[in-house]
Design a protein around this ligand. Sequence first.
Ligand code: ADP
Length: 469
Amino acid sequence: MNRGNISWWRVLALAGMASAPVLAALAVLAVLGMLEPDAALIAGIVCAVALVAVARHLLRNIAEIAGRAREPGTGTAHADHHPGLLPEFAAAIDRANSAWEREYQQLTAQVAAAETILEGLPYPLILIDSDRYIVHATVGVTELLGTASRGADLSSVVRDPGVLAAADRILAGGDRELVEFETLFPTQSTFTVQMRKLAVSPESEAAAVLAFHDTTEIRKIHQARADFVANASHELKTPLAVLAGCIKTLQGAATDDPEAQRKFVEMMDTHIARMTRLTEDLLSLSCIEMNEMTPPGGVVNLPDLLSDVARSLQIPAAERGIDIRVESPLSLPGIRGDEEEITQLLQNLVDNAVKYSGDNSAVRIIARNSSEPLPESADGTSIEISVIDDGPGIADEHKLRLTERFYRVDAARSRELGGTGLGLAIVKHIVNRHRGRLEIESEVGRGSTFTVRLPAAETRDPADATTPS
Ligand code: ADP
């Protein structure tokens, strides 16, 4: 009802009710002869007309006051002055309006805060109603599992029967559920989903909440750790078994046989050396991994270091007629790095090249300025070191996995040559710590080239470039 739209029927009804006693009194007075009938009629008409005017005014006032009651969120009408017949009533409506508006604003802010909190949670959430239809899904759900439309059944997002059955159990009265499921598309991933029942209220559609947690990486880490422990134990098992056998033989059958004793001691020596190399490599790997997030601070002078590495492997190489050649311009700038780690990296690469190359071949170590800039380098410049051999080469299917711990193309040959299967894993972690790149080019039967690109040090002054880390 508003000011210009008052029903005349209501005006006449109100005026009629108000004038009825007066008209009745006038009629009685006229019948008893105490008032002339004409005078009674005129008085009655005047009274009725006056009451119609009063009723109309009153109803307009009420309509106007009722019009002050507003929908929350449309703003509060503030009026200090309330004219009309019912000012207290109008003031009360205005106060109620203000209170509603304040509550509405508070609720709107609380809903916005709750939505922000939901979106900010580390785990994407889906709220479902009692019929399993989606009421709300956070943005993370779309990123993780695809589109989750409001009003669609939960199965439009998660098709796993275990998850749907658990959601049904919750909606049928269960309290909480924890389910694991896998998706194959777009990539193979593992998730856990925690479900909780929500307190049902007439104001809230949501009956349960589902929180998703992508456990793919955690699973991979657990698997890698389990594989690593199994591999390391396996690597240690053989030399330990050989040592135990040798000791037993030395204590028994070979007690009086000096030739057999010499043979078994030699065997023990070989296997102890193998275990020593393995434990040294394991320790190096864990040390480098621990520091991987901290970039090295020193500057390494490459020409000197390359000569040292070549010299350290000269004897085993010369025994097989392998020639190690270093090509490195003296003007080469230093690289930003840890001298000990860069030495280990190059030793592992050159050692592999010597180990796997045929007799009477050549291994070349070439260092030069790289034409490809590295974003991690201070001025974008980088140094490239390639270790080139003309050994057996590596087939394509192995290349991507070579830097995995204990991955070998030919495990028996690697062990025979004293390999631990950890050399290239160590190389990869050192390269990562130095924010560099490792590239492997190889062709079966033609040899391999392992190239490492590392950020050049900021200074090109040879005097500075010899600073050890
Ligand atoms: P390993 O101790 O077995 O040499 P690495 O991690 O250093 O372990 O190397 C992993 C595997 O990569 C080796 O077992 C070998 O099969 C292959 N490999 C590494 N370097 C070369 C190379 N220069 N030529 C041929 N194969 C190589």
